[in-house]
Design a protein around this ligand. Structure first.
Ligand code: F0G
Length: 458
């Protein structure tokens, strides 16, 4: 088989600078050992997130020039609405400035204190939005999803048994809706099968509980269904997406992922009553319902981007980049989540540093070592992001200590990934020297963004 090449040429470049190790040490110290607090310019390969960091196509830039900036009923809104409807088949479309704004409107409208929201795995902002209004966010991921070495094709699936138990345990009245996140970002970007979404919907239907899809990476999920699920090889990614959304009553979306845009999101639903309530809050928080916090040009860029994300060749290339790096790491013996997920490579920091106590945050150790070694910035998806405090204020670790290297869309080339492989190899060889960390400052919600760390003596 021939090399899978980037299905695009580069027309505009953005310089990156590589600062010295000494400068990186200084920068990290100034950032209180938290890579979120670094200047982006000091990170030569920035894999903090795949969110809003992608490169737009010539078609998107051209569409931006067509942006209609009218306050109400703009042409760009019509384009956006019809694109979202054609992909999802869902009637009411509310644009938001990003995914968490859609989550905030959903949760603040539908959740009462003490309500429970099941999901395969809640992303941090979803969980924070639920907890902010007094709800309980339950993760019901299948067992395979918790085993980083398991090679099952759909490790993002929800455990149907656990869903039944959750409904029986809390009672249907406490569950205003359930969610399913495609792909499962928190658990390694693993896909959810169509069969699983259908099974979840069947259980929920029996109890008259609506299903909301967290659709940030719906196109990547559709690609995995196409490749791995029986009966879908002959369908287009658009057809697969339509089928996924046909099983949902609504969805939240961050267009910063599979919208291939730098900003944007939406909230969609079929329920007229919900739509009315969402709209009222949208107007207060985001803007008039035909722009929702976005410029007309953003609506245009997203409309084109959503369709580009569903192009098969684009997904083939994207997944080839993830596999390229994963295979290098597997060959080196670095423990990673397998099979490779859709938008990132996830290192298993607990397995990399088995002697470090989990509450000394092995993920932060690996993240900081990657930065110091080569200016690579990743993000911890472990106990700092997902740990919990109980009523007595005791800290409980997350089930997994992962380090996510998320791939911005259409940004880095093969030589960047080769360099990345070299940096990870160096960190892996010197893993015995990686220290643990403790937190010296934290905020009550989403602490990972702003907390300060201190290195522990080894
Ligand atoms: N849901 C999922 C599954 C996400 O991954 C994100 C964002 C959101 C919701 C919220 O969307 O950022 O537009 O408000 N994830 C980014 C990440 C931030 O790095 O994984 P947003």
């Amino acid at each position: 088989m021939k090399t899978i090449i980037e299905p695009f040429r580069i027309k505009t470049t953005e310089p990156i600078k590589i600062i010295s190790r000494k400068e990186r040490e200084k920068a990290l110290e100034k950032a209180h050992e938290n890579v979120f607090l670094l200047d982006a310019e000091d990170c030569c390969i920035d894999l903090l997130t795949d969110s809003g960091t992608g490169a737009m196509s010539t078609r998107q830039w051209a569409a931006m020039m067509l942006g209609d900036e009218s306050y109400a009923g703009s042409r760009s809104w019509k384009h956006f609405e019809s694109t979202v409807q054609s992909i999802t088949g869902i009637r009411h479309v509310l644009p938001t400035h990003q995914g968490r704004a859609a989550e905030a409107i959903l949760t603040q409208t539908l959740i009462k204190k003490g309500d429970v929201i099941p999901n395969n795995s809640h992303f941090d902002t979803t969980r924070a939005n639920i907890e902010y209004v007094g709800g309980i966010a339950e993760n019901l991921l299948c067992e395979q999803g918790l085993d980083t070495a398991d090679q099952s094709p759909f490790k993002g699936n929800m455990d149907i048994e656990k869903l039944e138990q959750c409904i029986a345990g809390y009672g249907r009245e406490r569950i205003p809706f359930a969610m399913i996140t495609v792909t499962n970002n928190s658990g390694g970007g693993q896909p959810v099968s169509m069969a699983n979404i259908r099974a979840v919907k069947e259980v929920l239907d029996r109890h008259a509980i609506p299903l909301i899809i967290d659709a940030c990476r719906f196109a990547e999920n559709a690609y995995f269904i196409h490749e791995r699920e029986k009966g879908y090889a002959g369908k287009s990614l658009l057809e697969i997406s339509r089928e996924m959304f046909s099983l949902a009553d609504g969805a939240t979306m961050s267009c910063k992922k599979d919208g291939l845009a730098n900003i944007g999101g939406f909230l969609i639903c079929n329920n007229d009553e919900w739509a009315e309530k969402f709209k009222n809050l949208l107007i207060i928080r985001e803007g008039f319902p035909t722009y929702g916090g976005l410029a007309g040009r953003d609506l245009e860029a997203i409309s084109v981007g959503l369709m580009e994300a569903l192009e098969y060749d684009y997904q083939v290339y994207r997944q080839a980049t993830v596999r390229y790096l994963s295979q290098k790491l597997v060959d080196m013996g670095v423990p990673i989540v397998r099979p490779a997920g859709g938008h990132a490579v996830f290192l298993d920091a607990r397995k990399m540093l088995p002697d470090l106590p989990v509450l000394h945050y092995p993920g932060i150790g690996v993240i900081n070592a990657l930065y110091l070694e080569g200016g690579v910035r990743g993000v911890e998806l472990g106990s700092v992001m997902f740990g919990r405090f109980d009523d007595q204020g005791r800290e409980h670790p997350a089930p997994l200590e992962l380090v996510r290297l998320a791939f911005p869309r259409r940004v880095y080339t093969q030589s960047h990934f080769d360099y990345l492989g070299e940096i990870i190899e160096e960190v892996w060889k010197n893993r015995g020297k990686i220290p643990g960390y403790r937190i010296t400052y934290q905020s009550p919600f989403l602490r990972h963004f702003t907390c300060h760390f201190e290195k522990l003596a080894s």
